[in-house]
Write a protein that binds this ligand. Structure first.
Ligand code: ARG
Length: 480
């Protein structure tokens, strides 16, 4: 096969080309290749952004005298009609026109003639698609930031209501020290606060304008990129045309921020699932987030948190997909980049749905405070308080640690909790550690209570109910 087929070229160029670039080709692609290379059925999600970007570009072309005022008016009229057709579901998306950009441009030309053919002056689909994705992602980030806010608002309400509800805090999933349920929930406020910061920071790098970079090297027309940036609400333009059309690091950053957010919600989900198990019995979830079993009539399964945990895997997968997509690409644009959209859209959809559902689910948590407190009577949750008491009375910490370990062993043998010992029994239990027993006095029993333990951790970031209330109040001022 040779590439010298002048007659075929002449033949094709004498009629209206079927494709925007078809004059150069001597044979059409097969149906399979057409389907394989087309993106219209997923990138038409960016139609609104594509039209917005085209209108700003056309306006700039007219201001710069590159197209006429009438051309601009025709383009605006045609685009208004197309927008309406798309919104009403009447637009005929066509696989033959490959992607959202060519579909809209072709329809525009059908509607307004030559002005439609002038729209692509000084532009390439390479800078066009990069602009569309950034516009789309900016909208998605704004939505996600608002939804994180809704989630946090509801979380704060439940945290405040439970600022003084004791539950065991765990390390290694073993009872460690008393905390309050409100304090535990506020950990997720902090995690999602950092998530929101990451999305907001990522937005800064998303919000830069590729348009004007054209295919890769810029364009010979006297364009005004800063005007287009202002029209579209971009903070600045991308300063290198090769970079602007090719890198998708902003999308990767978004997916990384999404992975972390999902990881936090997945951990929260794992806890909800554990807490809902009768073995814990700490909470119940509203029925609308659970399903039954088709065979076991007694079951109420926490399907929604389980799916959040599961969907985290899919979001992580998209992050890896985009990183892998990018790593081998030479500058500048390569068709590989068309593969950026589905993982990106899927990630945004998953994060948005998850946040929506979670904000509602939190309001449906029923706290079983009695069971939480009951769990604190197993596992010697105030053992550290006993050690701290001895230290404050002058015993070196390592000796105190050993004295309490002996007391815990005695309690285990007896099958009781530390506060159930009498003063003499406690003293006897730690008799082997010199200087320990005589530090004990009656005030130890206040220290060994759950409330005593909680109240004593009274500093910024501590679990004392007063601190939890202060943390909630401060968080509310941050949310505004
Ligand atoms: N559909 C393409 C994409 O998503 C648009 C850019 C195509 N550019 C090109 N030179 N083929 O990346």
């Amino acid at each position: 096969m040779t590439d010298t087929t002048p007659s075929a070229d002449l033949g094709a160029s004498s009629q209206q080309p079927a494709k925007a670039w078809s004059g150069r080709f001597s044979e059409p692609v097969s149906d399979l290749v057409k389907r394989y290379t087309a993106s219209v059925f997923f990138d038409n999600r960016m139609a609104e952004q594509d039209i917005r970007g085209s209108l700003a570009h056309a306006k700039m072309l007219a201001r710069q005298g590159i197209i006429g005022a009438q051309d601009l008016a025709d383009i605006e009229r045609g685009m208004a009609q197309i927008k309406g057709e798309i919104e009403r579901g009447e637009f005929n998306w066509n696989l033959d026109d490959e992607d959202v950009h060519l579909n809209i441009e072709k329809r525009l030309t059908a509607l307004v003639g030559d002005a439609g053919k002038r729209l692509h002056t000084g532009r390439s689909r390479n800078d066009q698609v990069a602009t569309d994705i950034r516009l789309w992602l900016r909208d998605a980030i704004d939505q996600i930031l608002a939804l994180i806010g809704d989630f946090q608002k509801n979380l704060l309400d439940v945290a405040e209501a439970n600022a003084a509800t004791p539950m065991p805090g765990f390390t290694h999933l073993q009872v460690a020290q008393p905390v309050t349920f409100g304090h535990h929930l506020m950990a997720y406020f902090e995690m999602t606060r950092r998530d929101a910061e990451r999305f907001a920071d990522c937005r800064k790098r998303v919000n830069r304008l590729p348009l004007g970079s054209a295919a890769l090297a810029g364009t010979s027309y006297p364009i005004d990129r800063e005007f287009v940036a202002r029209e579209l609400g971009f903070d600045e333009v991308c300063y290198n045309s090769l970079d602007a059309v090719s890198d998708r690091d902003f999308a990767i950053e978004f997916c990384a921020a999404s992975s972390l957010l999902m990881t936090h919600l997945s951990r929260f989900s794992e806890e909800l699932i554990l807490w809902m198990s009768p073995r814990f019995g700490f909470i119940d979830l509203a029925d609308r987030f659970c399903t039954g079993s088709s065979i076991m009539p007694q079951k109420k399964n926490p399907d929604v948190p389980e799916l959040v945990r599961g969907k985290t895997g899919r979001v992580n997968g998209s992050l890896i997909a985009l990183l892998t997509l990018m790593k081998g690409q030479p500058l500048a644009y390569n068709k590989d980049n068309q593969e950026d959209k589905e993982p990106l859209f899927d990630t945004a959809d998953t994060v948005i749905d998850t946040l929506r559902i979670y904000a509602d689910m939190i309001t449906g948590i029923r706290v079983k405070a009695g069971n939480m407190r009951g769990a604190l009577t197993q596992g010697y949750a105030t053992a550290t308080d006993l050690a701290d008491y001895l230290v404050k009375k002058g015993l070196p910490f390592r000796d105190a640690h050993e004295a309490v370990a002996l007391a815990v062993r005695a309690a285990e043998v007896r099958g009781c909790d530390l506060p159930q010992f009498s003063l003499d029994e406690l003293r006897a239990a730690m008799a082997h550690v010199p200087g320990a027993a005589d530090k004990l006095a009656d005030d130890i029993f206040g220290v060994l209570t759950v409330e005593g333990s909680l109240d004593s951790r009274n500093h910024i970031g501590g679990t004392a109910p007063a601190q939890v209330r202060a943390a909630v109040a401060q968080a509310r001022t941050r949310l505004g």
